[in-house]
Design a protein around this ligand. Structure first.
Ligand SMILES: C[S@@+](CC[C@H](N)C(=O)[O-])C[C@H]1O[C@@H](n2cnc3c(N)ncnc32)[C@H](O)[C@@H]1O
Length: 238
């Protein structure tokens, strides 16, 4: 690989690479044993997503899910009349999601890609959804992430995410952005607070940011108070 920095993109790629070099973690390995007791392995949609739809904060339209993994939220959106595109870099995650979509006879468009390599026509989506991907995005890619969401959304479109609470039980390191690069690690995912999310996504209008509600598997919903759930809206005039 070329180790020269001639552009901003070269700089971002170097930082991606330096963080990856230190990590043994692979999402494909993570998904290879489906029997493990991982809370989000159950095919249950996020409780906040269900609430947004039931309370008509979100209306059916075109949705993009970032980091869909085994597809539980994509399947729920498709069942609720959304046209759903999903993207994930993990082959194993997508194979699992496709199997589930077939089993439930729902239509989902699967894209295997790094979210930062997506080519999206501006203003395509009514909803961008992210459950647990954003907290794995390294700080140097956050600006790309915000640009991606802004570009993907129609004016007035919605962006919703769930992410680790800072110092929460499921993960959510409370190290500074600089510390990520000193230690060459995100320590399993970065933790956020309501204030941090409002600051990072200040170009959007914050509709609702709260702690997710704990759910037991019998509820057929996924929820954990170790996660934050946030709903933002892009300006209708943009
Ligand atoms: C914690 S899992 C959540 C999976 C799914 N959203 C769920 O809640 O069931 C995070 C997912 O984000 C994906 N991911 C992380 N960074 C990504 C990137 N840069 N591009 C594409 N996918 C990414 C991983 O492959 C993984 O499947």
């Amino acid at each position: 690989m070329k180790e020269t920095i001639n552009s901003y993109e070269d700089l971002l790629r170097m930082l991606d690479h330096l963080l990856k070099e230190e990590s043994e973690f692979s999402w494909d390995n993570f998904y290879s044993d489906r029997e493990r007791k991982v809370p989000f392995f159950e095919n249950h949609p996020d409780e906040n997503l269900v609430e947004y739809i039931e309370k008509k904060r979100l209306n059916a339209g075109k949705a993009l899910e970032l980091g869909c993994g085994p597809g539980r939220n994509a399947i729920y959106l498709s069942r609720n009349s959304f046209h759903v595109d999903v993207v994930d870099q993990s082959e194993e995650g997508l194979v699992w999601a496709e199997e589930r979509a077939k089993e439930h006879r729902v239509q989902v468009n699967f894209i295997k890609s790094n979210i930062f390599d997506l080519e999206i026509e501006e203003g395509t989506y009514d909803l961008v959804y992210d459950s647990g991907c954003f907290h794995h995005i390294p700080p140097h890619r956050r600006m790309n992430y915000i640009d991606l969401v802004k570009r993907a959304l129609k004016p007035g479109g919605n962006f919703a995410l769930t992410c680790f609470v800072e110092g929460g039980e499921l993960g959510g390191s409370d190290i500074s952005d600089w510390e990520v690069y000193r230690g060459k690690s995100m320590k399993g995912g970065l933790g956020y607070t309501k204030e941090k999310l409002m600051d990072i996504f200040h170009e959007f209008n914050a509709v609702d940011i709260r702690t997710m509600r704990d759910n037991s598997p019998e509820d057929s919903l996924f929820g954990s108070s170790a996660l934050l759930a946030a709903l933002f809206k892009k300006d209708a005039m943009e």
